[in-house]
Design a protein around this ligand. Structure first.
Ligand SMILES: Nc1ncnc2c1ncn2[C@@H]1O[C@H](COP(=O)(O)OP(=O)(O)O)[C@@H](O)[C@H]1O
Ligand SMILES: [Mg+2]
Length: 296
C-alpha cells in the first residue's frame, strides 16, 4: 500500500497536462457557447472553464456580450434569444435554455441589488428562505442570517436583518446579496458588474468580502469593464470583444503584456487613473504594475 502511494506520488507530476484536465472537474465549463437573436449572433462560441474556488474575470467594453454570457450561464436569457453549446456545472451537463431554480450551485450577484431583493420583505427573512429550505427552524435561520450578514461586513447585522432593502445603501445591499448567495450555499457566483455602481469605499468592501478566505470559498466569475477591480480580485482573465474572446491569460500576464488593442487601452486607462493598485485580497492576487514597471 505504502509502495503504491509512493509510486503514485512520483507518477503524479509526470501526468501530461491534458490528463490532469480530465481528472479535475471544473466548477463551470462552457464549450462553444453561442447566443443569438433572430439569426444574429451576439456571443460567438465562447469556451470558459472555472475551477472550484477560482476567481476569473470576464472583461469587456459595454455591449461586448458580458451580460448575455452571464445570462446564458445562469439560464436567464430573454425568451427570444437562443443559446447553443455545452454547459457543465460540477461535471453535470446542464441545459442552456431551460430556466433553472435559483437555489442551486449557481448564484448571480447583479449590478443593481435592488432588483435581486424583494422591497416588501425584511432582509433577514429573505436570507432565511434558502436556510429554511435546507431544514433550519425559523429561529435558527434568523440566527444564521445574522451571522452571514456579520460575515459580509454589515456593521449592525441585527438591525440590517430587520430592515427593508430601501433602508440600506447600495454597498450594504451588494453585501446583503452576497450573504444571500452564501445562504444558498452556492459554489459558483456569477457577479455581473456588481461593483460598477458603487463608490470607491463600498467597492473596496465588496471586493474584500469576495476575496475573504473561508472554508467553502465559491468560484467567482467576475464580470466587469473595471480592470483595476478585476486585478484586485481575480487571478485569471478573459477579454470579450464584440462577442468573442480575444484574450485569455493569468491576470499578471494580462496586466504586464496586454495583447489585444482593447486590453491595452484598459490597462493604460487603469494606470492613468489608479497608478498602482495594491494587493487587497491575498497573496494570489497581483498588483497592477505602474507604467514604468510595465512591459506593455
Ligand atoms: N434584449 C436584447 N435585445 C436585443 N439586443 C440585445 C439585447 N440584450 C443585449 N443585446 C445586444 O447584445 C450585445 C451584448 O449585450 P450585453 O451582453 O448586454 O453587453 P455587455 O453586458 O457587455 O454590456 C449588445 O450589442 C446589445 O445591444
Ligand atoms: Mg452588462
Amino acid at each position: 500500500m505504502l509502495m503504491r502511494m509512493i509510486i503514485d506520488s512520483i507518477k503524479a507530476p509526470l501526468l501530461p497536462v491534458d490528463m490532469k484536465d480530465v481528472l479535475m472537474t471544473p466548477a463551470l465549463l462552457a464549450k462553444d457557447l453561442t447566443v443569438s437573436l433572430h439569426g444574429r449572433t451576439l456571443v460567438h462560441g465562447i469556451n470558459l472553464r472555472l475551477e472550484p474556488g477560482e476567481r476569473l474575470a470576464l472583461l469587456g467594453a459595454s455591449g461586448s456580450g458580458k451580460s448575455l454570457t452571464a445570462a446564458a450561464l445562469l439560464g436567464q436569457l430573454p425568451s427570444e434569444m437562443t443559446a447553443k453549446g455545452e454547459l457543465q456545472v460540477h461535471g453535470q451537463s446542464t441545459p442552456l435554455n431551460r430556466r433553472r431554480p435559483g437555489h442551486g450551485n449557481l448564484a448571480a450577484i447583479q449590478q443593481d441589488p435592488m432588483t435581486a431583493l424583494n422591497p416588501m420583505v425584511r432582509l433577514g427573512l429573505q436570507i432565511g428562505i434558502p436556510l429554511r429550505d435546507s431544514g433550519l427552524s425559523a429561529k435558527d435561520a434568523h440566527q444564521r442570517a445574522i451571522a452571514l450578514l456579520n460575515s459580509v461586513g454589515i456593521e449592525d447585522p441585527e438591525r440590517a436583518a430587520n430592515s427593508f432593502s430601501g433602508e440600506l445603501s447600495g454597498g450594504q445591499l451588494q453585501r446583503v446579496c452576497i450573504a444571500l448567495a452564501l445562504a444558498c450555499r452556492s459554489s459558483i457566483l456569477i457577479a455581473d458588474e456588481c461593483t460598477t455602481a458603487l463608490d470607491v469605499i463600498s467597492q473596496a468592501k465588496v471586493l474584500e468580502v469576495l476575496t475573504r478566505k473561508n472554508k467553502n470559498k465559491p468560484a467567482i466569475l467576475f464580470i466587469t469593464h473595471d480592470i483595476a477591480a478585476a486585478a484586485a480580485l481575480c487571478t485569471r482573465a478573459m477579454v470579450l470583444h464584440h462577442g468573442r474572446i480575444v484574450e485569455e491569460a493569468s491576470m499578471a500576464d494580462v496586466l504586464a503584456h496586454p495583447h489585444h488593442a482593447y486590453t491595452q487601452r484598459l490597462v493604460e486607462a487603469a494606470r492613468e487613473g489608479f497608478g498602482s493598485l495594491h494587493r487587497r485580497g491575498g497573496s494570489d492576487v497581483v498588483a497592477l504594475p505602474s507604467a514604468k514597471a510595465g512591459a506593455a
